[in-house]
Design a protein around this ligand. Structure first.
Ligand SMILES: *Cc1c(COP(=O)(O)O)cnc(C)c1O
Length: 390
C-alpha cells in the first residue's frame, strides 16, 4: 500500500538517537535546547519551547494567551480535532469560522463578518487558532489586522507548515502571530516521533510556556514568591503539566531539521507534478495564495460534482482497492458527536461540509517515487474517466 504520508529517516537520524541512549541524559538534557535554538534560528523567531506533541503545545499556548472559562476560542472547522480541543481544555467555549472555498483555509472575510456580529453581542473571541491547512498559511496579514482591531490573540497552528514561508519570511517568525505551533508527528514535514514546539518572540510568553510544560515549576529566584531557600529550591507558582519532550525526540528532530529544505523541495516538486498531470481531470486542485509558499504536508484534490461517474466514496474506495492509502483531511470538527453535543449541527459551516463531501488526500511525502506518483495519477484517471465497468 502506498501511504498518504510517511516519515523519511536515514542513518544520521538513527545515529543521533543512539548517541542520546549512550549519554547521561534521556530527558531534560542539552538536546532540547539545541533543538529549540535550531528551530528558532531557522524560523527567525526569538524563542522555541519544545513539548511532547503539538496538541499540548496548543493547550499551553492557549493558557499562556490567558484563555479560560467564559472566553471564546475560534478556529477553522477544516482541521484536526486538536485545534479546537485546546480551547475546551482551558474551559473556554469553541466556535468556528467557515473556510474559503478556494484555499480551504479559514476565510478572512467570513471572520470579519462574524467579528462584527460578535462585537455587537459582546462575545468576541480571546484566541483565534489560524490553521495553515496542508502547509499553506491563512491570510495572516488580514487576520493580524483583525486581531489588532478586535483585541484577540492570534495563534497559528502550523502543524502542517514547518519549512513553509509567508510574506517572504519563514512561518514561525512571529511577524503576524503571537505564537506559532508546530507538530513533529511522523506524517508531518519533519519528525521527532511525537513532538511539538511553540515559537514566539515574546520572552514573557516563552517563560510562561516553559513553566506550563513542567508542572508550573520555576527554579529562577526572580520568578519566586519570597526568597529562595537554597540551591535545591523550586516553587510551583501555578498549575502546569508534564508536557516535556525527551532528548531522544529532540535529537531526532534536530537531525531531521538538517533535511528540512530537501524534504520541502521534494514535496514542492511532487505538488507541481500532480498539478501538471491532474489538471485535465474533473478535479479542483489546491490553489496557492500569492503570499504563501506551502510546505505541502498534504496534496488534496476535490472531485467536481458535475458529471461524476462514481461517487466520492466509490473513488476513494477504488483508490484504496488499488493499493493507494488515500485519506480525507478533514471531517469538519463541528460534525463530531462531541461538538454536536455542544450545540453544533450539520449545515452550520456549509463550505467546510461541501469540501468534506469532495476531498481526497493523495499520497505526498519525500519518499514517494515518481513512478509511484504516476501510478496514483493513472488510477485516478481510470476511476474518473472509465465508464460503468469497475
Ligand atoms: C497533527 C496536527 C495536530 C496535532 O499534532 P500532534 O503533534 O499529533 O499532537 C494539531 N493540529 C493540526 C492541524 C494537525 O495536523
Amino acid at each position: 500500500m502506498i501511504p498518504y504520508g510517511r516519515q523519511s529517516l536515514d542513518q544520521a537520524d538513527i545515529d543521533a538517537v543512539v548517541q542520546v541512549l549512550q549519554s547521561d541524559w534521556l530527558t531534560q538534557g542539552p538536546g532540547i535546547e539545541a533543538f529549540e535554538q535550531a528551530m528558532a534560528l531557522r524560523c527567525q523567531a526569538a524563542h522555541g519551547v519544545a513539548v511532547c506533541n503539538a496538541t499540548s503545545a496548543l493547550h499551553i499556548a492557549c493558557l499562556a494567551a490567558g484563555l479560560g472559562p467564559g472566553d471564546w476560542l475560534w478556529t477553522s472547522p477544516n482541521t484536526f480535532l486538536a485545534s479546537a480541543n485546546c480551547g475546551r481544555y482551558c474551559g473556554a467555549q469553541v466556535d468556528f469560522v467557515d473556510i474559503d472555498p478556494h484555499t480551504w483555509n479559514l476565510d478572512a472575510q467570513a471572520l470579519e463578518r462574524k467579528l462584527l456580529f460578535a462585537a455587537a453581542k459582546g462575545r468576541l473571541p480571546k484566541v483565534l487558532v489560524a490553521v495553515a491547512f496542508s502547509g499553506q498559511s491563512c491570510d495572516m496579514r488580514r487576520l493580524a489586522e483583525l486581531a489588532e482591531r478586535y483585541g484577540f490573540i492570534l495563534i497559528e497552528d502550523a502543524s502542517h507548515a514547518v519549512g513553509a514561508s509567508y510574506a517572504g519570511r519563514p512561518v514561525g517568525c512571529g511577524e503576524f502571530a503571537a505564537m506559532t505551533v508546530f507538530s513533529f508527528h511522523p506524517v508531518k514535514i519533519i519528525t521527532s516521533a511525537e513532538g511539538g514546539m511553540v515559537m514566539t518572540n515574546d520572552a514573557e510568553l516563552a517563560d510562561h510556556l516553559r513553566r506550563l510544560r513542567s508542572h508550573g515549576m520555576t527554579r529562577d529566584p526572580a520568578q519566586m514568591r519570597g526568597d529562595s531557600h537554597g540551591p535545591w529550591y523550586y516553587q510551583q507558582t501555578e498549575l502546569g503539566f508534564n508536557y516535556r519532550m525527551t532528548d531522544l525526540q529532540a535529537a531526532l528532530g534536530l537531525s531531521q531539521l538538517n533535511k528540512l529544505d530537501e524534504f520541502v523541495q521534494r514535496r514542492r516538486y511532487l505538488a507541481e507534478r500532480y498539478r501538471q498531470r491532474l489538471q485535465e481531470l474533473p478535479l479542483t486542485l489546491p490553489r496557492s495564495q500569492a503570499e504563501a509558499q506551502s510546505a505541502w504536508h498534504l496534496y488534496v484534490v476535490r472531485l467536481q460534482p458535475e458529471g461524476l461517474r462514481r461517487s466520492h466514496r466509490e473513488v476513494f474506495e477504488g483508490l484504496r482497492a488499488a493499493g493507494i492509502g488515500v485519506n480525507l483531511h478533514y471531517i469538519p470538527v463541528h460534525l463530531q458527536p462531541y461538538y454536536q453535543d455542544l450545540g453544533f449541527a450539520a449545515g452550520d459551516f456549509p463550505e467546510a461540509e461541501r469540501y468534506y463531501a469532495q476531498a481526497i488526500s493523495l499520497p505526498m511525502y519525500p519518499g514517494l517515487s515518481d513512478d509511484e506518483q504516476d501510478y496514483v495519477v493513472e488510477q485516478l484517471q481510470r476511476l474518473l474517466r472509465a465508464p460503468e465497468a469497475a
